[in-house]
Ligand binder design. Sequence first.
Ligand code: NAD
Ligand code: MG
Length: 398
Amino acid sequence: MRQVTILGATGSIGLSTLDVIQRHPDRFRVFALTACRQVDAMLELCRLHRPKYAVMADEPSAARLAKDLPADWGIEVLGGPGGLVQVASAPECDTVMAAIVGAAGLESTLAAVRAGKRVLLANKEALVMSGKLFMDAVVDSGAELLPIDSEHNAIFQCLPPHQVRNFSGAGVRRVLLTASGGPFRRTAADALADVSPEQACAHPNWSMGQKISVDSATLMNKGLELIEACWLFNTQPKQIEVHVHPESIIHSMVEYVDGSVLAQLGSPDMRTPIANGLAWPERIDSGVAPLDLFALGRFNFERPDLQRFPCLRLAAEAFDQGGTSPAVLNAANEEAVAAFLRRELRFTDIPVIIESVMDALPAVGADSFDIIFEKDGESRALALEQIRRHAVSVSGLG
Ligand code: NAD
Ligand code: MG
């Protein structure tokens, strides 16, 4: 019986994880659930899943939850970042779903890694920020890191199990990383300045949290995934080629030196990679409907347009610069996306802000997590300053 902690339980990935778990009461037990501020959603999840712990990252929300939870449910409430770390590393738990969005998830994800858990990694930002330090921590603790991001889970499934970090040994020539292209794949460059948060969040194939939806629309999501793939599979961007595949059925492919190309296909539903990670190396029912290839008819592929979507180029540059650059890129992106969602920034200003913050904060060696957190903070402060300057000129935005 696996005892599972879900970091970010009230989010899109968290809820999909609980959906898979409740199909297999013989295999999984919910040990702890965490969220930030959604007390009512957490209360309902506690009623359904009866975890041992419920954690609210926001302390006042933890106090509210403690007051509202019926005492006879026997659930212990914890608050603040310390609570997240405690349930991510608790000895009674063996599996941690890391599904907090953004840099806010790094500390607790890392706690799970350092405690040697099976870590199901959805929170790509944690790995993008800290790269080598994160992967070193995985090796040092013997944690079992399994990729949940659909593309990375697909690549993982297409690689020989014992050579996922040894492309030359496995005979891999390159990875074909697929991308949906987002909601603005066909939008003219001059129309992008006026797109709204609602349009950006209306993803054609996937239903996801707001931040990753905007990242998909700017192609920053693919940029973060390029960096994520380099760290997970111990490779370089030149071995990874992004293929826009608007149907989102092929979740990525691995090409071998003999010309074979292995692909993983499935409906665009995160319960498939989640079930794969939870049960690995076994297979369990995820609740995902089988593919109907006759109904789909055809698959399409195109090259990404780096002119209209400069975020993909910026992410590749950040990885090439190395050191603290990916952390700076990630933090500036988080602030720019949040400002866009608040209607304080145009869609097309997102890459402008990120690029100028990257220019102002050149890479230094990422020798410790302290440096990563320091650069994350500096990048956010600079991004906010620039957003305020840009905001004046977009006060007319609907
Ligand atoms: P979401 O916005 O739906 O949920 C985020 C969760 O994190 C919520 O439970 C929220 O309470 C919690 N959270 C937010 N801020 C927090 C903070 N400061 N401290 C503690 N907890 C906090 O996000 P999502 O779409 O589920 O994405 C989660 C992660 O998974 C992201 O890193 C995303 O890139 C990745 N991912 C998501 C999908 C998807 O289909 N949604 C696919 C691949 C990867
Ligand atoms: Mg993905």
